[in-house]
Design a protein around this ligand. Structure first.
Ligand code: ADP
Ligand code: ZN
Length: 724
């Protein structure tokens, strides 16, 4: 299993649950797998497919995705094909011929294919090892994306009684889960539910005051990153995408009002990195699998939390950080209420109102965004500080902002005619720029009276004043400030204003904070990748994902062995692209006088490469702290409300990353000796067979920890120690 993982996919570790799921699939069990986007569902059937003798059939509703998936598999040296309505009759018969010859390992099918006369019979004549039903919620009418064609899948179990079936989905409430299991006739199937927490996503809500300016601020310095901006209306999509183009961004529109060709073309440009930004209505997203979307901005309010979770979920599939920003205004809420009011069905209306209410609570609340979001999906999240949402990172205290408000308001008053926020702030802060001088504004009494706050802080104060309606803002693109009746109360009647304390630090997004890689080399590799991708007519991520390029730009591999140890470089890709990437890296290193880092371990590399990132997440760090305090596994598990096995796998990761943790405390010495013998070669030893040899006197945790110790000793001095 591990060898196949490395050889074909170039990975050295499994993502959470993958290993257990794959073992069950290999044991020919029926399964229902619930994992969030980016959780790594595909590997759960693709890897077993390689280990089974026969054919694996994958049913997927998204025609556009099939080609991508198959291209990806082929580029990893796996024989895969798809059959759907986009192919001609001749192409289909050719593929059917290849399948009969046993030349295809993984076949992707659109569900309606099962209805085509004779097709089921064709399948019945084949040695099928496994069925995988992707996006399995599409079978349920209670789900959010019911597809009638999926009803055909009920026939699978009747016709292929003994063939294991794995159903996978990223969204399913309890009811939908039961419905999927019932309809696919796998009621006894084990269920795996991964946490829906997307640890790498940062959530932030901002009052929507001057959205275009707010947007530009978020986009600053991110021209090379891909992002999606969601708007409510087609009109908004069109105008926003052209404004962004005028501001120098490669932004393109996507909505149901465009022709199919335009939509496909735009989607393709986005996927191929020919345009960084797609401005879209919620029509966009289902059919894309782009792993390196770095931000999702909700320019308008989404309809409900399910939608919001799905849309934001499209960021950071590759596990690298993604930012999810929502601009919130009451105006948008009223708009959505209006749309709901138009619905015919009373019950439908009530449910929609309820869902909207939950969304508003989420936006207005003062509770960790992650916690609220997960609670909505029935999952507890107990960490006191998630470390990746605005609430946790910028605790909001209220303060008496009357004086600050008076300064802004009186400045607007003295200006007489309308000016924008930035100019008002410049005056308050005593800036000497052209616009100030030309207008003689340095002579105003309010000039330079606001040096106690930074520009960002003034922005946030001003925005809140507008939000609280102490100040009006007019115009779309270059809005100006105006006083209103409420302003007068503050200016002349001594009305108090309570505001949120502005953050002390300038409000920075979290997209790129903890990356320490060579950006220049990364850009060079990106350009190379783009060239190769264009030559082959595939999206760049099919060649290598960003994560792989980043590792290259961290370790500077200088031979094929070190390159093969980079995550995402399997055998086939090493053959195909190894030389050209190595040459580029070597040339770069020579020109810059950089030595490759002697850090990469030989296969099987026990090093958890993403650890430095994970160590920053509080969970591993907490385990390490408790461990240093000398707690037992059980005690740590209890304290943290985690399973003992989870804690032990934390410790395993820590040991493998080079943390000096003695396992003597957790596993008695005599036991260690026996386990060591049973393991033999720690590089290839999987836990389950060892456990079977050793029996009930030894736990999985003990075996795991001994294996980690053996691996870390084996790698000795060359061990990679992530920098922290
Ligand atoms: P999902 O279908 O659940 O959204 P994918 O199967 O597309 O997830 O996988 C998400 C990302 O994680 C992909 O970029 C994939 O290559 C990567 N991935 C999957 N398994 C592993 C693994 N074991 N190690 C590293 N990366 C992985
Ligand atoms: Zn939080």
């Amino acid at each position: 299993m591990f060898k196949t993982l490395h050889k074909f996919f170039g990975y050295t570790n499994f993502l959470p649950l993958q290993e257990a799921i794959i073992r069950d699939v290999l044991d020919r069990k029926d399964l229902l797998v619930l994992m969030p986007t980016g959780g790594g569902k595909s590997l759960c059937y693709q890897l077993p497919a390689l280990l089974f003798d026969g054919l694996t059939v994958v049913v997927s509703p998204l025609i556009a995705l099939m080609k991508d998936q198959v291209d990806g598999l082929i580029s990893n040296g796996i024989s895969a094909a798809y059959i759907n309505s986009s192919l001609s009759y001749a192409e289909i018969s050719k593929i059917m011929g290849m399948i009969e010859q046993g030349d295809v390992k993984i076949l992707y099918l659109a569900p309606e294919r099962l209805m085509v006369p004779g097709f089921l019979e064709f399948l019945k004549g084949l040695p099928i090892s496994l069925f995988a039903v992707d996006e399995a919620h599409c079978i349920s009418e209670w789900g959010h994306d019911f597809r009638p064609e999926y009803r055909q899948l009920k026939a699978l179990k009747d016709n292929f009684h003994g063939t294991p079936l794995i159903a996978l989905t990223a969204t399913a409430t309890r009811d939908v889960q039961d419905d999927i299991a019932r309809q696919l006739k796998i009621p006894q199937g084990a269920r795996y539910q991964a946490s829906f927490n997307r640890k790498n996503l940062y959530y932030r809500i901002e009052p929507k005051v001057n959205p275009y300016q707010q947007l530009l601020k978020h986009l600053e310095g991110r021209k090379k990153e891909s992002g999606i901006i969601y708007c409510q209306s087609r009109k908004m999509v069109d105008s926003l995408s052209s404004s962004l183009q005028e501001s120098g961004y490669r932004a393109i529109p996507y909505h149901a009002g465009l022709t199919t060709e335009e939509r496909d073309k735009n989607q393709d440009r986005f996927i191929k990195d020919d345009a960084e930004i797609i401005v879209a209505t919620i029509a966009f997203g289902m059919g894309i699998d782009k792993p390196n979307v770095r931000y999702i901005i909700h320019y308008d309010l989404p309809k409900n939390l399910e939608g919001y979770y799905q849309e934001t979920g499209r960021a950071g599939r590759d596990g690298l950080p993604g930012d999810c920003i929502l601009f919130f205004s009451y105006g948008d809420k009223v708009k959505i209420e209006y749309f709901i009011g138009q619905k015919e069905d009373q019950r439908d209306r009530d449910i929609s109102y309820q869902k909207l209410r939950k969304l508003i609570d989420y936006c207005e609340g003062n509770t960790c965004r992650r916690k609220v979001l997960l609670a909505y999906f029935g999952e507890d999240f107990d960490e006191p500080n998630c470390g990746r949402c605005d609430i946790c990172l910028e605790p909001r205290e209220k303060f008496d902002g009357t004086v600050a408000a008076q300064k802004i308001l009186s400045c607007v008053y003295r200006l007489g005619r309308g000016f924008g926020i930035n100019h008002v702030i410049d005056i308050l802060m005593g800036a000497r720029n052209k616009k100030v001088i030309q207008n003689n504004h340095h002579t105003l009494t309010t000039y330079g009276i606001g040096k106690e706050y930074s520009k960002d802080q003034w922005q946030s104060i001003a925005r809140e004043l507008v939000y609280l309606e102490f100040l009006d803002m007019e115009g779309d693109k270059y809005p100006i400030l105006r006083l209103n009746d409420k302003s007068k109360g503050v200016l002349s009647e001594g009305e108090k204003v309570f505001l949120t304390k502005p953050a002390m630090e300038p409000q920075k997004l979290h997209g790129n904070v903890d990356d320490a890689f060579d950006r220049e080399l990364f850009e060079i590799l990106r350009t190379l990748r783009k060239r190769l991708a264009d030559e082959e007519g595939v999206p760049p991520y099919i060649i290598f994902p960003d994560t792989t390029l980043k590792e290259m730009a961290t370790y500077y591999p200088n031979d094929s062995l070190s390159l093969s140890n980079i995550s995402g470089v399997g055998e086939k890709k090493l053959q195909r692209y190894g030389d050209i990437f190595l040459n580029t890296v070597t040339e770069y290193c020579r020109a810059k006088g950089i030595k490759p880092k002697q850090t990469i371990t030989k296969w099987p590399p026990p090093i958890h490469k993403s650890l430095s990132k994970e160590l920053k997440t509080s969970t591993l760090r907490m385990t390490l702290e408790f461990c240093n305090k000398g707690m037992t596994l059980e005690k740590m598990a209890e304290k943290r409300g985690l399973a003992v096995s989870t804690v032990s796998s934390h410790i395993e990761k820590l040991i493998l990353s080079g943390e000096d943790i003695s396992i003597d405390r957790f596993v008695r010495w005599e036991k260690q000796e026996i386990i060591t013998k049973a393991i033999g070669d720690p590089g290839t030893a999987a836990l389950k067979p060892i456990k079977e040899i050793l029996g009930d006197d030894f736990s999985y945790e003990e075996i795991r920890l001994v294996r980690a110790k053996m691996l870390s000793e084996k790698n000795g001095a060359g061990t990679l120690k992530p920098s922290r």
